[in-house]
Design a protein around this ligand. Structure first.
Ligand SMILES: [Zn+2]
Length: 165
């Protein structure tokens, strides 16, 4: 699952604070999620007083686990990402795509990096055309399911530690 965190965002126009949920991770194998990024609509907050909309420069990780893609948007240096990367190295090994995910500062460069990684990554088996007579290829599913639940568990631990309870 994509992960969100609660935050209070101050409006640059009227200084009112609006509570919102910001994406910390987003699963871009889902077209709606991917569109949020490429439509510049991710982590957009509308001020509850003056209705000004702004995209919040909040660091997040975009992943497509099936295609082994992971890339950080990191508009300012974020120590929590260092912690997360160390955790991934220990958990998955230094060569795992989570451990090696590039950290991109500029928004447009972040989107371009995601496009490049997608172009270079192999297509998932599910996307390959297959005849209705062919048996569905279920061999990969249990493995990726296990990895996903492991990651969700990992995130839970990271954020519990970060919040101090
Ligand atoms: Zn406002």
């Amino acid at each position: 699952m994509s992960k969100k965190v609660r935050a209070a965002i101050r409006c640059p126009q009227c200084s009112h604070e609006t509570e919102t949920d910001l994406y910390r991770t987003i699963w871009v194998e889902y077209p709606d999620n991917r569109a949020l990024i490429f439509n510049d609509a991710i982590n957009v907050v509308t001020c509850s007083r003056c209705k000004l909309s702004q995209r919040v420069d909040f660091p997040f990780l975009a992943t497509n686990v099936q295609r082994h893609i992971a890339v950080w948007y990191e508009p300012y240096p974020d120590e929590q990402i260092d912690i997360d990367v160390n955790l991934y190295r220990r958990q998955f090994g230094p060569d795992h795509f989570f451990a090696k995910a590039p950290r991109i500062r500029e928004w447009e460069a972040f989107k371009q990096t995601l496009v490049k990684l997608e172009a270079a990554a192999p297509q998932p088996r599910a996307a390959a055309p297959r005849s209705s007579r062919e048996a569905p290829q279920t061999g990969q599913a249990p493995k990726s399911a296990r990895r996903s639940s492991l990651l969700a568990d990992l995130w839970g631990r990271v954020w519990t530690a970060a919040r101090g309870h």
